[in-house]
Write a protein that binds this ligand. Structure first.
Ligand code: SF4
Ligand code: SF4
Length: 92
């Protein structure tokens, strides 16, 4: 998993408080009982543009892709959907 919008955890900063894991309603995280740390297991469940878990992390251990990467990602997604739908008509 390289490109894509999902949180990156810096384990040098993470203290395993569990706030990110407890907060995210999308099942992006799972809890690694052995290491007592959160792990990103479902990166594609993460909502593009959401940075909520990063904001609640007191340790600043969570980061997200940069704007350029996101523009690129959105471009790729648009192209993908354009192919799948075969174009869409004007709409309200
Ligand atoms: S909120 Fe931050 S410090 Fe707490 S478990 Fe998540 S990444 Fe680690
Ligand atoms: S950014 Fe939002 S959707 Fe993604 S893992 Fe964090 S809280 Fe969940």
């Amino acid at each position: 998993m390289e490109g894509g919008w999902y949180p990156r955890i810096n384990y040098e900063l993470c203290i395993g408080c569990g706030q990110c894991y407890n907060f995210c309603p999308h099942g992006v995280y799972e809890w690694d009982e052995e290491k007592d740390r959160p792990v990103v297991v479902n990166p594609y469940e993460c909502v593009i543009g959401c940075v909520a878990c990063g904001k609640i992390c007191d340790q600043d251990a969570i980061s997200f892709p940069k704007k350029e990467e996101i523009n690129d990602l959105i471009k790729r997604l648009r192209e993908k959907y354009a192919h799948e739908k075969g174009g869409s008509g004007p709409g309200g």
